[in-house]
Write a protein that binds this ligand. Structure first.
Ligand code: GDP
Length: 305
């Protein structure tokens, strides 16, 4: 990627898109095209066609998506499927039509089978049933990565797919109905401390394990892959380490310095028991995460609350 190349970061106001913009600017990329969802509705085919015709970007980072935690995925099932399919169809197809030099599509670790062998290798894709709570989102993301793969195979496009693990960092969503677990717990423990509550309710049994990657590390990985990886085979991005939700809850409780108890609500779903990514492939390509989970959460807590 040349420093003055026209780079479209789709979804630049989201957690991933904004981290990509920060990193691209730091590295001296000067010609970023950024459109808020108000200025350009990526679900709208006509508008996306016109945008690509007018702007003709050289490179595309496709970080725009409808995302959310376990409750949002399970509640807005139709919207998660429809909006994600539309956004990615529009952007990937127009990137082909207007000969974008390279596109990076962000998928997710939740597209792997619910009971995939751990750590999950890229080859586990489509080898078993999906986790029901986020099946619509996963199906959309699988369609997106297959679109990238098959545009490479049929048309010779250079469209790559990245599978990030669970992410956290600046510009996350803290709405308790739709948030992922890490920001939700920061919000819950912080509010409980402020209001001097006796306990915090945490969902599920606490036994599922999750891997957490700081979004600034993901942004580094994406730019690294944009410069060095040219295969349609999707590639995992994670830390290679996971912790139980119980350990995460205790860690956040300590960071926030909340003195009360934790109450587990097992009426809420646990979701996938474990989704630790095998990161051997990206390590071979010379990238490794750098932000330790505890340090990352401490900094986030200081900056946000
Ligand atoms: P997932 O990784 O797709 O399952 O999405 P989440 O980040 O929403 O949830 C991860 C795990 O954290 C699940 O086992 C949830 O039951 C658990 N969890 C515990 N408390 C919360 C909470 O307050 N919000 C969310 N979203 N998840 C929670």
């Amino acid at each position: 990627m040349e420093k003055d190349a026209k780079i479209f970061v789709a979804g630049h106001n989201g957690m991933v898109g904004s981290a990509l913009v920060r990193k691209l600017k730091q590295e001296g990329y000067t010609n970023l095209i950024l459109k808020s969802s108000k200025a350009l509705d990526l679900v709208d085919q006509e508008k996306v066609n016109t945008f690509f015709k007018t702007e003709k970007p050289d490179y595309v980072f496709l970080a725009a998506a409808k995302v959310g935690g376990i409750e949002a995925n399970n509640t807005y099932r139709g919207q998660f499927l429809y909006e994600n399919l539309m956004i990615q169809n529009n952007v990937i197809h127009q990137s082909y039509v207007h000969q974008v030099k390279k596109l990076l599509f962000l998928a997710s670790s939740c597209i792997y089978p619910k009971f995939a062998e751990q750590p999950i290798k890229e080859a586990s894709l489509l080898t078993g049933e999906l986790e029901p709570t986020n099946e619509p989102y996963a199906i959309a993301k699988i369609a997106g990565l297959k679109l990238c793969e098959n545009y490479n195979r049929q048309y010779g496009c250079n469209f790559i797919t990245v599978m990030p693990t669970n992410l956290y960092g600046p510009n996350d969503n803290y709405d308790l109905n739709t948030a992922h677990v890490l920001p939700a717990l920061l919000r819950k423990f912080h509010d409980a401390k402020r209001k001097q509550l006796e306990y915090v309710e945490v969902w599920g049994t606490g036994t599922p394990k999750r891997e957490f990657l700081h979004v600034d590390d993901l942004a580094n990985a994406c730019i690294h892959l944009m410069q060095s990886y040219n295969s349609y085979a999707p590639i995992n991005v994670g830390t290679g380490k996971d912790i139980t939700i119980r350990e995460l809850a205790n860690l956040i409780k300590d960071i926030v310095a909340f003195k009360g108890d934790i109450k587990w609500n097992s009426d809420r779903p646990d979701g996938t028991p474990r989704k630790l990514l095998d990161v051997a492939l990206i390590h071979q390509l010379g990238w490794k995460y750098s932000i330790d989970l505890e340090d990352g959460i401490k900094k986030l807590y200081r900056d946000k609350f």
